[in-house]
Every structure is written in structure tokens, then in C-alpha cells.
Design a protein around this ligand. Structure first.
Ligand code: APR
Length: 309
């Protein structure tokens, strides 16, 4: 059977984990690309060695040449430096900006019809930069941010309440960083809003745990940043695109007036399908939530301006 083709740029922790998930879930053939010679080839070979154990149908190859990525249906961009303890995502701006500029241009040249999903941090700014570099319509390039932040919120809620993760819906929107906006009113356990279940103090503690969930992982790892949950999150987005499911996932999308925000890439719920962003979903927010989202957008816009995009 012909499989869809996904290129994963960057065969590091996030990229390789994403590739392995895509294979094991039978979602697509994968090409991993990296500047490091041998790294994507070695990891691809290692993954292929597991094929008769895992019995997955797709294949993975590694390469340093974008020619091998030609005709991809989806390109996932994970190339770039991860955070070290004490660093914010914005500290990665200059270095990762240069990398994203070069890799998005090369990947889109090889696969002009692809949907592009950015994972490199600082996520919202890198997605905006990728959009500018790619020349793609904004709906064809978006970022993984809200899926991960919402998953971290769900985890924090599960830890606090002891409820099964299956009964929890977490929702976090806004920037993938300190200006993130977890939404307790729209996050539920068995359909009941978090704000009806916990005291304001406990809710705030969970919000803080969510916002600094990535930093908590960085502090423990010491040598890099999170990769299992980021890889799972972007894999879910690829699945929605290739399956043309229309799943509504909190995604870093280009806003054009929605929520009173213009020309900023930011995570809000969006329906994803084979053409990319089918539609941005405008959920009902109260004044404080809307103000927080708009403030979050302002921090992203500021960083975009600082980068001179
Ligand atoms: N082209 C292709 N690959 C590149 C380039 C480039 N120009 N520059 C760097 N890379 C590769 C590195 O060689 C490395 O293999 O990107 C990979 C990054 O992998 P890791 O260092 O393991 O980083 P990872 O944890 O995967 O994070 C990647 O995702 O979540 C974000 O903040 C994180 O920005 C970081 C990115």
C-alpha cells in the first residue's frame, strides 16, 4: 500500500521520537533530515531494525539531502537547539531563527504542496518566521504548541484530582511560553469545569504547573528539553491532517481578527485537515480570558518585531 510521506527535519530527540511514533502508528513513510551526517541514517536504520518486532508497515529513511524529501505530504520542523536549564524559549531566538529560515525554504522547495508543522522554539515566533520564509498560504503552515500545553494541563489536573486521564479535557491557548493561557473554565473532569471542582488557589497552582511544565522537564533532564510529549502532540496533528479528520486541536495558527488579534501566530482551537487549517474556532471567552489571550499575543508580536521579520 502506498503510504503518505512525512519529512521530519531534525533527527534529534523530538524529530526521531516523532518519526518512531509515525511508524509505529502506521501513519506514514518518514524521511528524517539533519545537518549531522550519519545521524538521520543511523536512527532510521535502528528504527527499521525494529520493524519485524513492531510489525509496522511504513518505512523510514535518513538523509542530509532535501532531494530525498521531494513530494512530502507533511513536513515537521524540529531542527534547532533545545533549551538548557535556566534558558527561556526566547533565548533560542537568533540561533533557531537562522536554522528555521534555511530548513523551511529548502523543505518547501522540495515539497511545494506539503502542509508544514513547526515545533522548533520559540514556537509561535518560529512558526511566523516559517510562514514568511515559505511563501505558503497561512493555513498551510502552523505550529504545535497548544496540543502540548493542553496535554500538560490535563496531566496536572489528573495528578491533582486522581481522575482517570480519559475523563479529562485540558485546554490551554496562547503563546507556547510563559505567556501561555491555560483555561480552567473550559477544562473539565467528566464534563465538570475545573473551576467548579477546585478552589481558586488549587486551580492557580495547576495553571502554574502547566505554564512551567516544560521548564520542570528541562530542570530534571539538564541536557535538553522535553521530547516525548512534544512528539506525541505533533504526531496527533499529522494524523489529523493526513486522515483529513477535521479534529479540533489547539494549534499555533495565523490569526486574522479572531479574538481581536491580527497577524500573530498563536495557539487557539483549530480544525485540521488535509488542506491544513480548515477553520479557526472562536470559543467563548470571558473578559479576563480574552485579555490574557490578547496580552499573550502582544508578547509574541513583540518578539516577532525584535527579530525584524
Ligand atoms: N538542518 C537540519 N537539522 C538541523 C539543523 C539544520 N540546519 N540545525 C540543527 N539541526 C538538528 C541537530 O543536528 C539535531 O539533531 O536538529 C536536531 C535537534 O535535536 P536536539 O538537539 O535533540 O533537540 P530537540 O530536543 O529535538 O528539540 C528540537 O524542538 O521542542 C523544540 O525547543 C526544542 O527548538 C527545539 C527543537
Amino acid at each position: 500500500m502506498t503510504q503518505p510521506k512525512v519529512t521530519v527535519v531534525g533527527a534529534g530527540q523530538v524529530g526521531a521520537t516523532t518519526a518512531f511514533l509515525l511508524l509505529n502508528k502506521g501513519i506514514a513513510d518518514v524521511v528524517m533530515i539533519d545537518v549531522a551526517e550519519g545521524l538521520p541514517q543511523g536512527k532510521a536504520l535502528d528504527m527499521m531494525h525494529s520493524r519485524s518486532v513492531e510489525r509496522f508497515a511504513p518505512v523510514v529513511t535518513g538523509s542530509n539531502d532535501y532531494g530525498d524529501t521531494a513530494g512530502s505530504d507533511v513536513v515537521v520542523v524540529t531542527a534547532g537547539l533545545p533549551r538548557k536549564p535556566g534558558m527561556t524559549r526566547d533565548d533560542l531566538l537568533a540561533a533557531n531563527g537562522a536554522i528555521v529560515r534555511s530548513v523551511v525554504g529548502a523543505a518547501v522547495e522540495a515539497s511545494p504542496d506539503a502542509i508544514v508543522i513547526c515545533v522548533t522554539n520559540p514556537l509561535d515566533v518560529m512558526t511566523y518566521l516559517g510562514w514568511k520564509v515559505s511563501g505558503l498560504p497561512s493555513g498551510r503552515i502552523f505550529g504545535m504548541g497548544g496540543v502540548l500545553d493542553s496535554a500538560r494541563f490535563a496531566y496536572a489536573i489528573a495528578e491533582e484530582t486522581g481522575a482517570s486521564i480519559d475523563t479529562i479535557d485540558g485546554l490551554a491557548v496562547g503563546a507556547h511560553g510563559d505567556a501561555m493561557v491555560p483555561l480552567p473554565r473550559q477544562s473539565t473532569v467528566d464534563g465538570v469545569p475545573l473551576t467548579d471542582l477546585l478552589s481558586p488557589e488549587r486551580v492557580e497552582a495547576l495553571v502554574q504547573r502547566t505554564v512551567f511544565g516544560g521548564a520542570e522537564v528541562v530542570a530534571l533532564l539538564k541536557t535538553g528539553s522535553a521530547f516525548y510529549a512534544p512528539a506525541a502532540s505533533v504526531t496527533a496533528m499529522v494524523e489529523a491532517v493526513l486522515g483529513d479528520t477535521g479534529a479540533i486541536l489547539p494549534s499555533c495558527v495565523h490569526l486574522n481578527g479572531e479574538y481581536g488579534i491580527s497577524d500573530v501566530y498563536l495557539s487557539v482551537p483549530a480544525a485540521l485537515g488535509r488542506q491544513g487549517v480548515r477553520r479557526v474556532v472562536e470559543i467563548e471567552l470571558d473578559d479576563a480570558e480574552l485579555a490574557a489571550l490578547q496580552a499573550s499575543a502582544a508578547t509574541v508580536a513583540e518578539t516577532v518585531a525584535a527579530l525584524g521579520i
